[in-house]
Write a protein that binds this ligand. Structure first.
Ligand code: DGJ
Length: 729
């Protein structure tokens, strides 16, 4: 049993293979957090349950029990209005206008396995024996409102998931104004907060700062998880490194507005929280209705940031991503976007595919511009029928030409959008998010379809499915290129307008579930101007994401390194593109571009017909090498060696599960005169095995590679790199 309930002490203890998470019921009523960290045997957790009166300004809910105060208690799901003055996990407004809730324990149940969250993406168990789930019901007796806290512990994967649902069992309608999915109180604030923040083309830079009194948080109000902030927060004990020390991560399985952060209070305790952003949110809950909040994934590792990342990687690769492609190697692709932009015809596409096929590429992807009358980004989104001026034989013809070259065919869509200059908009001007009478703000000349509407959802399911049925398409790139404005829906009543942004997400998830479950042989890759929606919500439907529109090898060091803090390598699209790079103008060698892109789901995104014979030779070799390495790269264990955020060198590696194969990449950004001799210490190998450096007759002990390291060349130019491949003897 991985969830124990000690009835005498009213204590819940969740245990995975290496983690414990525990809380107790104070006075049989109030769930109070005890411990989250390295696994502890049995239930000897009483030493942690210290309660003392702290200050007269902290009110007491129980007369004569001055050692109990909501203001000092570590809560499992903090309330407010009756004396916890820290940031609450929820806020409810009742029919009489009041916002005070008194939640008390009512019951609990422990079940094997992991029930799904209806209509929402979530991690899953394939067999009931993989996980156990605890559901604690709390109730506000005056209003009849029930709050269910759900915890699942994965036995082997070392992760705990939390979610919350609200059930209105009263007679009056209530309004939910804030519903976070998790909150954990830590006893002290000697931690750093780490988060992944950036912008378009600079996604997921790693930021780490020491906790300070007050609120430190990140959020998105953009209608998507966003380029700007990723729905992830970690707390690291002071001094914790990549390899050592306590690391606590929280990641939100949601693709819309979120908030996450840490509040440090007057007693220097730290409250870590994550959930739907209460900004501009509201949800009317009528009698008998349920509101299910999305899932938060909690990971603890005593092995620093790297240990935490590997737990997320394994969990997401095996129990978040789904479908045929979850466990199969991903194809080497060529995408025509940076090769042609909107300016192509069938012959040009075939010419690119022909070179791709000759060089060993397996999938040709036709990007934006194949539909409606789209010669630039100012029209046709919504009109998902082929532009026969560019492709006179339709999709069938171009797919068949590509297939004849021995390659699969993939197609780009941006289904969630509508161009004002489109048949769809002319016929359905109310189908976009808008507020009556107000200006409709455009972004990239487009508006956002109102996916809270069932008719719009059905239109997308039908039209995208029709295209996918019209030709043998094996890959889809699902793009989304702007954020929401004037958030309102023509079909919702006034008192439900604040539900629109969340209803949009539920609608999107419904569309994605319908399409991805109907086309199981298609590999889906999500995209949002690159990595503007790189979150676990999207990974549940689509096992990979276009990491960034910035394909420059040097920029990608940081982008891919930051992304790897949470997300598995098998989730990251990485392509070699032209130089000077289209986003930053930098010129890097084909080798370095290859080494960096080969560290993800590999592809090319440039006009292959312009390659010289020498370049073709290099690319042919890269593809042979990647095919030999891809199982290791996509499904091996990932270790970060040198951080691009800390120096001029960057390095990372992958090790196969049986530790018999490994590959490491080392990149030196700028050449420095008289720099020290470089050495990288590898990680994750078997110290007792001997490894041959492929392509040489040199053999190294695993212990030597990890403890003494391996020398890297003294490069004499900028942006230099080396890829080392090892096989155990
Ligand atoms: C943004 C994507 O990130 C690009 O890769 C490309 O597909 C364009 N959209 C097409 O409009």
């Amino acid at each position: 049993m991985t969830i124990q309930y000690d009835a005498a002490r009213q204590l819940f203890h969740l245990q995975s293979s290496s983690t414990s998470y525990a809380f107790e019921l104070i006075e049989g009523r109030y769930p109070s957090h005890l411990y989250w960290g390295r696994r502890i045997r049995g239930n000897q957790l009483h030493t942690l349950a210290s309660r003392q009166e702290r200050a007269s300004f902290s009110p007491n809910p129980l007369p004569e029990r001055h050692e109990i105060s909501f203001d000092t208690m570590p809560h499992e799901y903090p309330s407010y209005g009756n004396s916890d003055y820290r940031t609450p996990a929820f806020e409810v407004q009742y029919a009489n206008g009041s916002t005070v809730t008194d939640l008390r324990y009512e019951s609990h149940e422990i079940v094997q396995g992991k029930p799904s969250l209806e209509g929402l993406p979530a991690t899953y168990a394939e067999a009931d024996s993989e996980a156990d789930t605890l559901r604690v019901t709390l109730r506000d007796s005056l209003s009849g409102l029930a709050v269910m806290l759900t915890y699942t512990v994965f036995n082997e994967l070392d992760a705990i998931t939390r979610s919350v649902s609200f059930l209105n069992e009263g007679v009056e309608t209530v309004t939910l104004k804030r519903v976070l999915s998790m909150s954990v109180d830590f006893q002290h604030d000697r931690y750093d907060m780490l988060h992944l923040s950036g912008s378009w083309a600079r996604e997921r830079d790693v930021f780490r700062r020491s906790l300070r009194p007050g609120m430190q948080s990140i959020e998105s109000r953009r209608g998507s998880s966003s380029h700007m902030q990723n729905p992830f927060v970690a707390m690291l004990e002071h001094g914790a490194t990549e390899d050592y020390g306590d690391a606590y991560g929280v990641n939100f399985v949601y693709s819309g507005n979120f908030i996450g952060g840490v509040e440090v209070d007057q007693f220097r305790t730290a409250r870590l929280f994550m959930g739907i952003n209460p900004f501009d949110f509201g949800w009317k809950l009528e009698a008998g209705e349920v509101f299910q909040a999305p899932e938060a994934v909690l990971v603890y590792s005593p092995d620093g940031l790297g240990g935490m990342s590997r737990i997320y990687h394994e969990l997401y690769r095996t129990r978040l991503c789904r479908g045929t492609f979850r466990d199969s190697v991903r194809p080497v692709l060529v995408n025509n976007w940076e090769a042609t932009y909107f300016n192509f015809d069938a012959d040009k596409l075939e010419a690119i595919a022909e070179v791709g096929s000759e060089l060993g590429m397996e999938l040709f992807v036709l990007d934006d511009g194949w539909f409606g009358r789209r010669n630039s980004d100012n029209s046709s989104l919504g009109d998902w029928f082929v532009d026969e001026r560019k492709l006179p034989g339709g999709l069938k013809d171009v797919v068949s030409r590509v297939n004849k070259l021995g390659m699969h065919f993939g197609l780009w869509f941006e289904p969630e959008m509508i161009s004002p200059d489109s048949e769809l908009y002319r016929n359905n001007p109310d189908w976009c998010l808008h507020v009556p009478g107000r200006y409709r703000t455009q972004g990239r000349n487009q508006l956002v379809l109102d996916l809270s509407r069932e008719d719009v959802q059905q239109y997308l399911i039908d039209t995208v499915s029709d295209v996918l049925r019209s030709a043998p398409i094996t890959y889809v790139k699902w793009d989304m290129n702007r954020n929401m404005t004037e958030i309102g829906s023509a079909l919702l009543p006034a008192d439900r307008q604040r539900e629109t942004a969340h209803r949009y997400m539920l609608g999107l998830y419904n569309v994605l579930e319908s399409i991805t479950s109907a086309f199981t042989n298609i590999l889906f890759e999500s995209c949002s101007g690159g990595g503007g929606r790189f979150d676990p919500g999207m990974l549940y439907y689509m096992p990979q994401t276009w990491t960034s529109d910035n394909t420059d090898a040097v920029s990608r060091l940081r982008i891919q390194y930051g992304t790897s803090i949470v997300y598995p390598i098998s989730a990251m699209g990485a392509h070699v593109s032209e130089v000077p790079n289209h986003q930053v103008g930098r010129i890097t060698s084909l080798e370095t571009r290859g080494h960096v892109a080969m560290s993800g789901n590999f592809g090319y995104e440039l006009d292959l017909t312009k390659f010289t014979d020498e370049e073709k030779g290099i690319v042919r070799e890269q593809i042979i090498m990647y095919k030999a390495l891809r199982e290791l790269v996509q499904f091996g264990d990932f270790y970060r060696l040198l951080s691009p955020f800390e120096g001029n060198q960057s390095s990372w590696m992958s090790v196969s599960k049986n530790k018999r194969e490994a590959m490491a990449v080392y990149v030196q950004v700028l050449n420095e005169p008289h720099s020290p001799f470089g050495r990288i210490k590898l990680k994750g190998l078997d110290p007792s095995l001997n490894y041959q450096l492929v392509g040489t007759d040199r053999v190294y002990g695993g212990d030597e590679l990890m403890y003494a390291g391996i020398a890297v060349p003294l490069f004499h130019h900028d942006f230099a790199s080396i890829l080392l491949q090892f096989v155990a003897e």
